[in-house]
Ligand binder design. Structure first.
Ligand SMILES: [Zn+2]
Ligand SMILES: [Zn+2]
Ligand SMILES: [Zn+2]
Length: 85
């Protein structure tokens, strides 16, 4: 069934991934019985009977590049200072 690919940058210093906004890609399964596919007919007789797949698979995470720094969250935490414990 159809799903989305979401792209991330990996930050090597903390190991976290940060989401690259706006880079999502839809991967079409080209199945006529999947309501999300472009191959699915607009006036599908099966959909009212819920015979077609109505949901998308969980998004796939793809690491597009790796940076040697901290992720934005960890950078913000570090900027707030850790010495007050
Ligand atoms: Zn599909
Ligand atoms: Zn359908
Ligand atoms: Zn981090």
């Amino acid at each position: 069934m159809c799903h989305r690919q979401r792209f991330y940058t990996r930050h090597a210093r903390c190991g976290h991934l940060s989401y690259i906004a706006g880079g999502d890609v839809k991967v079409d399964c080209n199945s006529a019985t999947c309501a999300h596919s472009a191959a699915h007919p607009a006036n599908c007789p099966n959909c009212p009977q819920r015979l077609c797949t109505q949901w998308m698979r969980q998004a796939e995470r793809i690491v597009r590049n790796t940076l040697p720094n901290l992720c934005p969250d960890c950078t913000a935490n570090a900027a707030q200072g850790t010495g007050s414990a």
